[in-house]
Design a protein around this ligand. Structure first.
Ligand code: PHE
Length: 446
C-alpha cells in the first residue's frame, strides 16, 4: 500500500494455504513438538495438544486471518485501522514476539543447515559408534561455527523476504512442503520397523493421564500457538495478502490440519527411534538432532537420507522464518514507509545479532537462569507467555469488539455461510480467553 501501488497478493488460494502452512510447519513440528511431548509424558499430552489445536488454535487462526484480510495491513496497522485506541498494542506485542522468536529460531535453523553438510562428514560415523550425542554437543557448544551457520540462514531469510510475496515466499512453499511430507513417510517406515520400536509407539500413542501435570497444559498451549504461528500477527499479515473471494474457514482448517499432521508424523519417526536406541524421551532440545542420525545410520545410503532430511527441515524452517521476518518487515513497510529492501535487511540484521546470546548461552559463556539457558528462556517467554497473551486479545477483539466485521469476513458478506459461526464466535468470546487465561495463570511452570 505504500507508494500508492496495489498491495501484493498471493497468486491463488492454494498459494495462501501453502504459504500459511509453510509458516506453521517448521522447527515447531519436527524439532520442538517431539521434545516437548517427550518432556511431558507422551500420548496423553498429544491428545491434549490436538484438542487445543482444533478448538482454540483454529478459532484464533480464523480470527487472525479475518482481521488481516479485512484491514489489508500489517498486524499493528490492522488493529489501528479497524478500531484504534489501545488495540495496536496487540500488534506491537506480535512484532516484538517476532523479533524474539526469529532470533533463536535462526540459531536452531543454522544447526539444521550444518547437519546437511555433517551428514557427509562424520555424523554417520559418530552415530554408528554410539556417540551422536557427543557429536551434537561438540557442535552446538562451538559458537564460531554456530554463528556462521546462523548468519547463513538469516541471510537466506532476508533475501526471500526482500523478494516479496508471490515471487519469493509462495513459489518456494509450493514445491518444498509436499517434499517434506513424503520424506517423513519414508522415515516412519524405517523408524517403526527398528527392533525395540514398540515401546516408543506405546509411549507416543497409549495415553497415561496420570503423567499429565499442570505444567503440561501450559506447554501444550504454548506449543499450539508456536506451531500454528498464532498470537503474533503472522496470520494477520499473511491474511492481508489474501483476495476478497477466498473462503477463510476452509483455509484455516486446512492449515491446522496440515500442521498437526506433520507434527504427528514427526513424532512417529522420533519416538520409535528414541526407544529403539535407548535414548531419553525427555532429553530436551537436542532430541531430534541426536535421535535421527541413529536412524539414518541404520539405513542403506544413510548419509543421503540424513542430508535429505535435514535439507527439508531447513526448508521448513526457512518458510517459517520468512513469515516471522515478514511480520516485522510489513510493519516497517506499511507504517514507517520503509522500502522492502531496507526493512528486510536492517531488521533481519538486528534479529541476527539478537540471536547471538542464545548461541553463547548454549556454549556456557552466558549463565543459565533458573535452569534454562538463554535460548530456552527466550523460547519460553515468547511461546508460553507472549503468544497466548496475544491470542487472548485477538479472540476478544473478534468476539466482542469487531463482531459484525468479523462475521462479514468469515462468510464473505453472507455469500458463503459458515456453519460453525456460532460456536466459533463463542469460543472467541468466552472459551478461548478464559481457557488461555486459566492456563497462563496456573500452568506456567518456569
Ligand atoms: N510455526 C513455526 C514453527 O512451527 C514457528 C513460528 C512461530 C512461525 C510464530 C511464525 C510465527 O516452526
Amino acid at each position: 500500500m505504500s507508494n500508492g501501488t496495489q498491495r501484493e497478493q498471493w497468486g491463488s488460494k492454494m498459494g495462501f494455504v501453502l504459504a500459511a502452512a509453510g509458516s506453521a510447519v517448521g522447527l515447531g513440528n519436527i524439532w520442538r513438538f517431539p521434545y516437548i511431548t517427550g518432556q511431558n509424558g507422551g500420548a496423553a499430552f498429544v491428545l491434549l495438544y490436538v484438542a487445543l489445536v482444533f478448538v482454540i488454535g483454529f478459532s484464533v487462526m480464523l480470527a487472525e486471518i479475518a482481521i488481516g484480510r479485512h484491514a489489508q495491513l500489517n498486524a499493528v496497522g490492522a488493529f489501528r485501522k479497524i478500531k484504534g485506541g489501545a488495540w495496536p498494542i496487540v500488534g506491537w506485542m506480535g512484532v516484538i514476539a517476532g523479533f524474539i522468536i526469529l532470533s533463536y529460531y535462526g540459531v536452531i535453523a543454522g544447526w539444521t543447515m550444518a547437519y546437511i553438510v555433517k551428514s557427509f562428514t562424520g555424523l554417520m560415523d559418530a552415530a554408528k559408534a554410539g556417540t551422536a550425542a557427543d557429536f551434537f554437543v561438540g557442535f552446538i557448544t562451538n559458537p564460531g561455527a554456530v554463528i556462521a551457520w546462523q548468519a547463513a540462514f538469516m541471510f537466506l531469510t532476508i533475501f526471500i523476504v526482500y523478494k516479496g510475496i508471490g515471487g519469493g515466499i509462495e513459489k518456494y512453499c509450493k514445491v518444498l512442503m509436499p517434499a517434506l511430507f513424503l520424506i517423513l513417510l519414508v522415515l516412519i517406515v524405517r523408524a517403526v520397523t527398528l527392533p525395540g520400536a514398540g515401546a516408543g509407539i506405546e509411549f507416543y500413542l497409549k495415553p497415561d493421564f496420570s503423567k499429565l501435570t499442570t505444567g503440561a497444559l501450559g506447554a501444550a498451549l504454548g506449543q499450539a500457538f508456536f506451531s500454528l504461528s498464532l498470537g503474533m500477527g503472522c496470520m494477520i499479515t499473511y491474511g492481508s495478502y489474501l483476495g476478497k473471494k477466498e473462503i477463510l474457514p476452509g483455509a484455516a482448517i486446512q492449515v491446522c490440519f496440515i500442521d498437526t499432521a506433520v507434527a504427528f508424523l514427526a513424532g512417529l519417526v522420533i519416538f520409535p527411534a528414541v526407544f529403539a536406541f535407548a535414548l531419553e524421551p525427555g532429553a530436551g532440545p537436542g532430541l531430534t538432532f541426536i535421535t535421527l542420525p541413529n536412524v539414518f545410520a541404520q539405513m542403506p545410503g544413510g548419509m543421503v537420507w540424513s542430508a535429505l532430511f535435514f535439507l527439508l527441515l531447513f526448508v521448513a524452517a526457512l518458510t517459517s522464518a520468512i513469515s516471522l521476518l515478514e511480520v516485522v518487515a510489513a510493519y516497517f513497510i506499511d507504517e514507517m514507509k520503509w522500502s522492502r529492501t531496507k526493512a528486510a535487511f536492517i531488521m533481519g540484521g538486528i534479529i541476527f545479532l539478537l540471536g547471538i546470546p542464545s548461541v553463547l548461552g548454549i556454549s556456557g559463556a552466558i549463565p543459565k537462569l533458573a535452569g534454562r539457558d538463554f535460548l530456552d528462556s527466550a523460547d519460553f517467554i515468547a511461546s508460553n507467555v507472549l503468544l497466548p497473551l496475544g491470542g487472548i486479545f485477538i479472540a476478544l477483539f473478534v468476539g466482542w469488539f469487531w463482531t459484525d466485521g468479523a462475521k462479514q469476513e468469515v462468510d464473505n458478506n453472507g455469500a458463503v455461510p459458515f456453519s460453525l459461526y456460532v460456536p466459533w464466535l463463542w469460543v472467541c468470546r468466552v472459551v478461548a480467553p478464559l481457557a488461555i487465561a486459566y492456563i497462563l495463570i496456573t500452568g506456567l511452570k518456569w
